[in-house]
Design a protein around this ligand. Structure first.
Ligand SMILES: Cc1cc2nc3c(=O)[nH]c(=O)nc-3n(C[C@H](O)[C@H](O)[C@H](O)COP(=O)(O)OP(=O)(O)OC[C@H]3O[C@@H](n4cnc5c(N)ncnc54)[C@H](O)[C@@H]3O)c2cc1C
Length: 463
């Protein structure tokens, strides 16, 4: 059994394999070969922030952490042991945490650590977990590209922000497709001239995030996908001839939109469109709004768009180097490749985002790799759990033609991924609490059915 990459996902995967009694080789290129973002040779290094996100389990990140605790995650357990005060978040002393994980893996009798770059994808006879992350080394990335097909492997993430559908004001925004073609698939936020100009000014004045050197280099190759603030900079009307084009978008509330006069009299000056991101229509992305603005600035400026005044963001726009697969075309919810069931993928390379989400993928891929080695069927987790929702999302998200329109975008943990509750709960905190209760109950049932032992208490007493 082989695990490639000892990041967040690979460390968890290798541990789960070994704990299941299966011998595993863990291949990590650091420190022999450096990545452009990591600083050490330790496992599961946190490349930027030292936080795994909110601790409380009625928040999406906290629920994911809690599920992972109950699944016996080594990485989250070690994070708990090395936690530092962080005002309601799980943050760690990164040096101690990484050193402890490296020592645990190196000491495990069934784990052999190999410090080298893996340049080739192993053949089908070798059960392998691919966990090389957003900065997968070039030779392996090239191999992946020919294994999956050129269009099924992305190297740069220029993603638009995603908002919760229920936070969009449909008293202002309206559903329609351009020229009424097909179903009313888009949510449209209309602007008058004054609103448009104020929005453009805010975009131009907003603060940008710094691109790292290696990202600026990648961005250079990505001219075809300009950030919205760059479009705004190119001219007063550039956005109105691009993603904010108002032509052919008619609000049925105007009256008879077949009447040319009605259309002419009511036409918006500019329209921001949102496209459905998940199967159930709970998450919507702002079409053509890839951006380099700082996250706080995105929240402030995008809430100037009529209908998005109270938008709840589940993901902000980004433009950065990110190797990830067009997973819905390639993976099952077990994290096995459809074209080669002995090859599994985990972590950011599958299109999840964030530290804890990478650990979740590592847990599932490692568990399933071990099951395959022992002649058992691989498992999935229920989509009502956060781990299950993320893995089902990467396997099943709509991904359009895989290139431009409806392209698959990476996703962090969020409650919008979970199926609706049986009854509607208006109060957000109570609703999130109900999602949590259902997730933990369903997780316990699944573990019982699988005959796995689960830990039931949170070290932080947050449940
Ligand atoms: C600059 C930057 C900043 C980020 N900041 C944050 C943040 O603040 N918070 C957050 O939640 N997420 C952040 N992320 C996303 C973060 O990368 C993921 O959340 C997490 O690290 C993904 O875990 P992973 O295991 O998939 O990949 P990684 O943790 O990157 O692990 C992949 C491992 O594979 C190794 N590897 C790669 N190629 C090979 C090869 N061919 N052979 C052998 N080994 C190989 C790498 O050295 C690395 O150790 C950031 C990403 C980047 C690039």
């Amino acid at each position: 059994m082989l695990v490639i990459g000892a990041g967040l996902a690979g460390t968890e995967a290798a541990w789960q394999v070994a704990q299941a009694g299966v011998r595993v080789r863990l291949v990590e290129m650091r420190p022999v070969r450096r990545s452009p973002a990591h600083h050490s040779g330790e496992f599961a290094e946190l490349v930027c922030s030292n936080s795994f996100g909110a601790l409380s389990s009625d928040r999406a990140a906290g629920l994911l952490q809690e599920e992972l605790r109950r699944l016996g995650s080594l990485v989250i357990g070690t994070a708990d042991q090395h936690a530092v005060p962080a005002g309601g978040a799980l943050a760690v002393d990164r040096g101690r945490y990484s050193a402890a994980l490296t020592a645990a893996l190196e000491a495990h009798p069934l784990v052999t650590v190999e410090r080298r770059e893996q340049s080739e994808l192993p053949g089908p006879n070798q059960i392998t977990v691919l966990a090389t992350g957003p900065l997968t080394a070039d030779a392996l990335a090239e191999q992946l590209r020919s294994f999956t097909g050129r269009d099924d492997c992305h190297f740069f993430d220029a993603a638009s922000p995603i908002v919760e559908g229920e936070s969009i004001d449909l008293g202002v925004a309206f559903r329609a497709s351009r020229y009424d073609k097909g179903d009313a698939d888009y949510i449209n936020c209309p602007m008058d001239r004054e609103q448009y100009l104020a929005f453009r000014t805010a975009l131009l004045e907003a603060e940008q995030a710094d691109l790292k050197d290696f990202e600026a280099e990648s961005a250079h190759f990505f001219e075809g996908c300009l950030p919205i603030e760059e479009l705004a900079r190119r001219g007063e009307d550039t956005m109105r001839y691009g993603p904010l084009k108002p032509i052919g978008l008619w609000d049925p509330r105007w009256g008879d939109v077949n009447d040319r006069e009605v259309r002419r009299a009511n036409r918006a000056y500019a329209v921001v469109q949102l496209r459905q991101e998940d199967r159930d229509g709970r998450l919507w992305n702002l079409v053509g709004f890839q951006t380099n603005l700082k996250w706080g600035e995105q929240k402030r400026v995008l809430r100037l768009i009529p209908g998005l005044e109270n938008a709840a963001f589940v993901r902000f726009g980004v433009m950065h180097r990110n190797t990830f697969l067009e997973s819905p075309q390639l993976l099952d919810a077990t994290l096995q490749f459809r074209q080669r069931s002995s090859l599994l993928a985990a972590g950011q390379i599958t299109g999840t985002e964030g530290y804890a989400a990478a650990v979740a993928g590592g847990w599932l891929a490692g568990t399933n790799a071990a099951r395959l080695a022992r002649g058992l069927d691989p498992i999935t987790l229920p989509p009502t759990t956060m781990v299950g929702a993320l893995t089902h999302f990467v396997a099943e998200a709509p991904c359009g033609d895989g290139r431009g329109k409806g392209r698959f975008q990476p996703m962090p943990p969020n409650f919008g991924l979970l199926p609706d509750l049986p009854e509607r709960i208006r109060d957000k905190r109570r609703r999130y609490g109900a999602y949590r209760d259902r997730a933990l109950t369903d997780l316990a049932t699944t573990l019982e059915q699988q005959g796995c032992a689960a830990r039931t208490s949170s070290p932080h007493g947050q449940v």
